[in-house]
Design a protein around this ligand. Structure first.
Ligand SMILES: [Zn+2]
Length: 130
């Protein structure tokens, strides 16, 4: 049984318990049902939505991602383009936000599930299931 690291599991949006099953039922490039999460892991059947509205807390992480994006865009534009007009900042932040919404939305949920979800990695989950 190959062990999957926490980082790899989070990047690939895998279940925190088995690190094999997908957290999201659809691809990140599909805008349909982008924020849907499996109620149970399709591989190990761990509960991925412990309670209704569990992922509301992920909104704070998503907000932090957006703030980090704004700060980074401001710093990069200021240094690389020698303090351009305000509309350049605003346009770049808006376009960056639009492009990164799927990533920020999904990884905020992945982070939230790993931080608050109370699911511990269990490489031997198959033994317990039997
Ligand atoms: Zn699982």
């Amino acid at each position: 049984m190959k062990k999957v690291s926490l980082g790899a599991a989070m990047v690939l949006a895998k279940c925190p318990r088995c690190r094999e099953g997908q957290i999201f039922p659809t691809s990140i490039i599909s805008y349909r049902k982008l924020s849907d999460v499996h109620n149970h892991c399709p591989t190990c059947n761990a509960v991925l939505t412990p309670e209704p509205d569990f992922y509301y807390g992920a909104m704070y992480i998503s907000y932090a991602f957006s703030v980090a994006l704004v700060v980074n865009v401001l710093i990069v534009l200021n240094y690389l383009f020698d303090d351009p007009d305000v509309w350049v900042y605003v346009t770049t932040v808006l376009i960056g936000n639009l492009l990164l919404v799927p990533i920020m939305l999904r990884y905020s949920k992945v982070l939230y599930l790993n931080l608050v979800g109370k699911l511990k990695y269990d490489p031997d989950w198959k033994k317990l299931k039997a």
